[in-house]
Design a protein around this ligand. Structure first.
Ligand code: HEM
Length: 731
């Protein structure tokens, strides 16, 4: 009889080895199945194990004759190739993943019995997949979009998936609308345009008829939708979940991920440029950081709400278009996630992982959030098609670290070779009778929620306030964040061809904030519609009473929440930031190497950019290696730029249009810029030189120590947004 034995404590490597290791009951199978291949130098063979003598020529009738149908080696190879592609995810198709570990800081037994949230000695292996939502697998990383932030914890009580986003709320309140939302945002069905973009008619048509999306639209049009790095994003479980302790007591919980590098974004013009220069920008950034040992870290944050406070707030905890302001319920930081290993194989791991928010462990449970409830159905259902049948949990990246014993059998691509005659429970024949586990011994029991209700297709009135938190978000933004949001809405609605949709959207914006609507209307050359031109709530069912479904306006208990503004994020490091040093022949070697070394000592990644690759010769004849020429480099791929000294080098750079463009663009995107004193003439050639008297992001000097320390401080600030143009009309 098979019993689940508790596993010993696991370090990352041990855990992963163990995860990939044979399942004890199926010795023979897994010796074959858990096969990680690094075939360098090994003997080549076919999929049936036949040694291959010649892999470069097909079998022909004569050396110039036709290829023979008999060539089973050719056919096997091409057949496999023909079937290499699987369907991409219907949403979140574009993604990047990494392995890591999670450790809890202190036992959380007061709230949850989940073992991985209680044992401080445990390093739980994790796999994280970040994604964009709307674009295809090959689309750009820098689309203006929500980012998926899906974390799998391989716990000793089974896999726990926290399938979240980088925004804490969602567009819709009920899962039944998800297909409509996604159909609206995906490329339009007649011409498949535009790719990975929400700036088109069908998206805004839907949104303008869906007032409940107002809050999420504020997030999706904010700078959160164009992160600087996947490593510099917050993550959110979005829904309210439940934690359950050993006594069966439940608390509500909101999950957060807080990045230790702070929350930072790029400029929209920059994002569009990056999409051309390096569409893999985020994927590369994550990969490079992990390869270089700059492991990305997040703290797990919990907002815990006692069950008795369920109705304490002016919003419904079950409404996924609402967040719980941190001012009302502080976020407790309870543990740390570290990503420390890149996948070995993108397809096998990042592509084949099958997340599902239904993967929970004892101590964590669901609530009745209607979006959450629908998601519980969707993920496994879609994965049956995407991964080709019911056995995708046997793929190495999906297997739990504990052995699996149950009576599920057969199906496409079954890996496990189950022994014995019985595959049913109960059975008296003895072999293969996995035992059910008592709750006290860790068996999962659903939270015993009391439900007494009629079956109805309705929504509670507590879900009808669609605007107060949208307003809270807008009011909490810094001036530059507000400007970006206004520009984003103006950009997106400007791409909408149907004027009636733009006007309807202005009607929605007006209900969030009149100034916001006025600014966007101004940019679009329209006026804000009068009240009687406002849209009706299209989610009213045909036989519903409109009075029971209309949005209601409430003020909300908070006017402002500092936690919602990225302006208040931590700005204390330049670790892993990319800095370009512009140089040319005749450079002052000391002004280059002193700054380079100081930046690298702080953890920055520095590249020397020059008119051509290879070596440049310094004033003192020293040879300095160039990382990239102006042809391949672009300022949008860097966080900051420094112009090294040397009279001849400065003259060469001043005459180099690409160098001047590099600086102009860095200025436009509000980045830190520094120049050694005799390189000032290069700055003089830029468009911004005369405007910079009081710009703390531009540092020029001859004292290398002071210059370097001011430059490092400036890079820590991330951006000098105040450089941007003032609004066209006052807010
Ligand atoms: C709070 C709302 C939601 C969040 C935070 C969310 C998050 C995510 C994330 C992060 C992924 C990517 C998983 C991965 O990396 O493999 C994903 C995929 C997916 N989501 Fe959601 N989602 C939400 C709502 C929904 C809803 C309401 C549905 C359907 C009713 C849905 C259906 C899907 C599907 C079908 C996939 C593709 C899964 C796959 O092919 O493996 N999502 N979602």
């Amino acid at each position: 009889m098979a019993k689940t034995k508790p596993s010993p404590k696991l370090g990352t490597e041990a855990a992963i080895d163990k995860k990939l290791a044979p399942q004890p009951e199926n010795d023979k199978t897994t010796q074959l199945a858990a096969h990680t291949a690094d075939a360098s130098g090994e003997q080549m063979n076919t999929n049936t194990g036949l040694p291959v003598n010649n892999d470069q020529n097909s079998l022909k009738a004569g050396d110039r004759g036709p290829t023979l149908l008999e060539d089973f080696i050719l056919r096997e190879k091409i057949t496999h190739f023909d079937h290499e592609r699987i369907p991409e995810r219907v949403v979140h198709a574009r993604g990047s993943g990494a392995h890591g570990v999670f450790k809890v800081y202190k036992p959380l037994s007061e709230y949850t019995k989940a073992e991985f949230l209680n044992d401080t000695g445990l390093e739980t292996p994790v796999f994280v997949r970040f994604s964009t939502v709307a674009g295809s697998r090959g689309s750009t990383d820098l689309a203006r979009d929500v980012r998926g932030f899906a974390v799998r914890f391989y716990t000793r009580q089974g896999n726990f998936d926290l399938v979240g986003n980088n925004m804490p709320v969602f567009f819709i309140q009920d899962a039944v609308k998800f297909p409509d939302l996604i159909h609206a945002v995906k490329p339009e069905p007649d011409n498949e345009i535009p790719q990975a973009a929400s700036a088109h008619d069908t998206f805004w048509d839907f949104i303008s008829l869906m007032p409940e999306s107002a809050h999420m639209i504020m997030w999706a049009m904010s700078d959160r939708a164009i992160p600087r790095s996947l490593r510099m994003m917050e993550g959110f479980g979005v829904h309210t979940f439940r934690l359950i302790n050993a006594e069966g007591k439940a608390s509500f919980v909101k999950f957060h991920w807080k990045p230790l590098l702070g929350v930072h974004s790029v400029a929209w013009d920059e994002a569009q440029n990056i999409s051309g220069k390096d569409p893999d920008f985020h994927r590369r950034d994550l990969w490079d950081a992990i390869e270089s040992g700059a492991f990305p870290e997040w703290e797990l944050g919990l907002q815990i709400i006692p069950e008795e406070d369920e109705f304490k707030y002016d919003f419904d905890l079950l409404d996924p278009t609402k967040l719980v302001p941190e001012e009302l319920v502080p976020v407790q930081r309870v543990g740390k996630l570290t990503l420390n290993r890149n996948p070995d194989n993108f397809f096998a791991e990042t592509e084949q992982i099958a997340f599902h928010l239904g993967h929970i462990v004892p101590g964590i449970d669901f609530t009745d959030d209607p979006l959450l409830q629908g998601r519980l159905f969707s993920y496994t259902d879609t994965q049956l098609t995407r991964l080709g049948g019911p056995n995708f949990q046997e793929i190495p990246i999906n297997r739990p670290i504990v052995p699996v014993y149950n009576n599920q059998r057969d199906g496409f691509m079954r890996q496990t070779i189950n022994k014995g005659k019985t595959s049913y429970n109960p059975n008296s024949l003895g072999h293969n009778a996995p035992q059910q586990v008592k709750e006290t011994a860790g068996g999962f029991v659903s939270y015993r929620e009391r439900i007494e209700a009629r079956k109805l297709r309705v929504r509670n009135k507590s879900f009808f306030d669609h605007f107060s938190q949208a307003r809270l978000f807008f009011n909490s933004q810094s001036d530059s964040e507000k400007n970006h949001l206004i520009d984003a809405l103006t950009f997106e609605l400007g791409k909408v061809k149907t004027v009636a949709i733009r006007i309807r959207m202005l009607g929605i914006l007006k209900q969030i904030d009149k100034g916001l609507a006025a600014q966007v209307a101004f940019g679009l050359g329209l006026h804000v519609p009068a009240d009687d031109e406002l849209p009706t709530n299209q989610s009213i069912p045909a036989d519903g009473d409109p009075a029971d479904y209309q949005s209601v306006q409430i003020d909300g208990s908070l006017a402002k929440s500092d936690a919602l503004s990225m302006a208040n994020t931590i700005k204390n490091t330049i670790k892993s930031r990319k800095v370009a040093i512009l140089a040319a022949d005749g450079v002052d070697a000391n002004s280059l190497s002193t700054v380079k070394q100081a930046l690298e000592a702080e953890g920055a990644v520095v590249e020397v950019i020059a008119p051509r690759q290879g070596l440049i010769t310094a004033e003192n004849n020293e040879q300095i290696e160039v990382d990239q020429s102006f042809l391949g480099a672009a300022s949008v791929l860097f966080d900051a730029v420094y112009v090294a000294g040397g009279k001849n080098a400065a003259a060469a750079l001043e005459a180099e249009a690409n160098a001047v463009h590099f600086l102009n663009e860095a200025f436009k995107h509000c980045k830190a810029i520094a120049a050694y004193k005799d390189a000032v003439q290069v700055l003089e050639a830029t468009y911004f030189r005369k405007k910079t008297a009081h710009d703390e992001g531009i540092i020029v000097g001859g004292d290398l120590k002071r210059l370097t320390s001011s430059f490092i401080h400036a890079i820590k600030q991330h951006r000098f947004w105040e450089r941007e143009k003032p609004r066209l009309i006052p807010a």
